[in-house]
Design a binder for this molecule. Sequence first.
Ligand code: PLP
Length: 411
Amino acid sequence: FGLLRKQDPELAQVLLDELDRQRGNLQLVASENFTSPAVLAAMGSTLTNKYAEGYPGRRYYGGCEVVDRAERLAVQRARELFGAEHANVQPHSGASANLAAYAALLQPGDTMLAMALPHGGHFTHGSKVNFSGKWFNVVSYGVRRDTELIDYDEVRDLALRHQPKLIVCGATAYPRLIDFTVFRCIADEVGAWLLADVAHTIGLMAGGAIPSAVPHADVVTLTTHKALRGPRGGAILCTEELAPKIDRAVYPFIQGGPLMHVVAAKAVAFAEAMRPEFADYARRVVVNAQALAEALAGEGMRAVSGGTDTHLALIDLRDLDVSGAEAERRCARAGITLNRNVIPYDPEPAAVTSGIRVGTPCVTTQGMGSQELKEVGTLVTRAVRQPGRAAEIRERVSALLAIHQPYLSEY
Ligand code: PLP
């Protein structure tokens, strides 16, 4: 870092300012985390220099014998960690992983059944603004209005009526467990492939805190940078039978050279997630999310579906007469980073919303426990309800963070 500061002080300052921002604010974005210094070291390595189109032992460039070892380690560790027959660790992101999985299983115009974006699905699950919504005939399921839980009867009815070639389960803003066994039965009943996009929850599954999708789905797509606490990136797990199709879909169909420094960092993160401390971490992420949801509910901030089984809670702000966008701004002024989020049957558009999403992967990495999360619940409520007290809340946030720093040194 000293070198960078000397050569390019302007850019070095950006890195320092971002580090300050991460250290100086309470990070409640459910899809973020603090990677370990070891993951950062692999990301900042000379492996970034190497072109390695293809797969280990089958590359289209010379000089790949060393980076091959990084990818073999990543693949081997991913298979062991997730209990998967096959792993492809090259997708640059979760969206790329989904694009490749669809490309492996579908033809343009085919029908897929997936969770609606306004009910918690991801935009790569068939939104019109995304390739998935443009290239495929997408049928969407949602949650029930009364329970705010996935309506499995509706999923089955839609599957029987539309005979999709692919059923996608997994979400970006769904606080409850997804019953992969039910999805498996429905997929089998209509002869569809089952894809579980567990970008958000794979870390909890790896740590054994919630049931895994891997034994039930034909294909599992994931991101490595959320609760899993690895580098920014994606991966695909699948059966041995689908492995050649998935590999060809990632390269050469949608990607060129893999990011070997990121692949190496994925290997580091997978090894970290195999340690007993990570299982403890995953369990604490869920306990903390439950403590936070309870604390918020106790202060009149209702959790959608009444709580959470995972790392995130979705908070309905309609009774407070504050939009999600305004709550996000008020929290930011108080030193709390979170995101607005649509809630099921939201009367407001996506840019405004009636909800916020809070998650505990970051604060749990920082070592906070249920007691601290109770206080976090009070601080979030106060920030949303009493914007005039932002400065005072910011001070309490700083006091809390002073003893829970994510990174001790400058990198
Ligand atoms: N799938 C789900 C369920 C997600 O929540 C996300 C990101 O939030 C993605 C896919 C996309 O991941 P990325 O942002 O790495 O493309």
